[in-house]
Design a protein around this ligand. Structure first.
Ligand code: ZN
Length: 201
């Protein structure tokens, strides 16, 4: 493992697999219940687990990762996603099973609305510049269920902007929404972003 691989693994263990207790170690390593505690409780604790997994020599070596602002920023960013979109929502926790599965699904979405294809970054800019305002919605892409009656799962979810998600609701199928509604919403965002139109009312 080179340093870059170790960095990625550290981020994964901290924020995606979320190793914070001995029980998490058992699950991650597929150990029998209680094994993680038996190994690490009296010999360095959770910190030693990270040292072992990253193939490091000591605590000092671990500081390369714990004191690296790029690493801690990335971890904080993933933690925000965990808190806002996963742990606070029981149906999502149940549907996706683990945050790792949720995160894998999330990365595949590419930070864009599945329907109108607006990027999260552009949508945030539209809200921040008050080209679009709302008392109900913000720029954050929603986690939309393709078939609203079915549970959350990687196969039944897409990221969708608030306009697409609310317009589609449980009224329009994915196929019809893409065909009849998404092109209009796409054009609206494009013209608004380019300053061709305003949206005052
Ligand atoms: Zn959209």
């Amino acid at each position: 493992m080179n340093t870059n691989d170790k960095t990625q693994l550290y981020i994964k263990l901290k924020s995606i697999v979320r190793i914070s207790g001995y029980g998490n170690i058992d699950t991650y390593k597929d150990f029998q219940k209680g094994t993680g505690e038996k190994i690490y409780k009296r010999s360095g604790g959770i910190e030693q687990f990270f040292i072992d997994e990253l193939n490091l020599n000591n605590k000092k070596d671990l500081e390369i990762f714990t004191n690296n602002p790029k690493v801690t920023d990335k971890i904080n960013q993933i933690n925000i996603l965990f808190t806002n979109q996963f742990s606070s929502n029981k149906a999502r926790r149940t549907g996706f099973g683990t945050f790792e599965k949720f995160y894998t699904w999330y990365l595949k979405q590419g930070n864009t609305c599945h329907y109108c294809e607006i990027e999260q970054k552009k949508l945030s800019e539209l809200f921040e510049s008050t080209k679009i305002t709302s008392t109900k919605f913000n720029a954050t892409l929603h986690i939309e269920r393709i078939i609203p009656k079915k549970p959350y799962s990687p196969n039944n979810c897409y990221l969708a902007c608030s306009l697409c998600n609310n317009a589609k609701s449980d009224l329009i199928s994915e196929k019809n929404f893409k065909l009849y509604f998404a092109p209009g919403i796409k054009k609206f965002y494009k013209d608004l972003y380019a300053g061709k139109i305003v949206n005052n009312y």
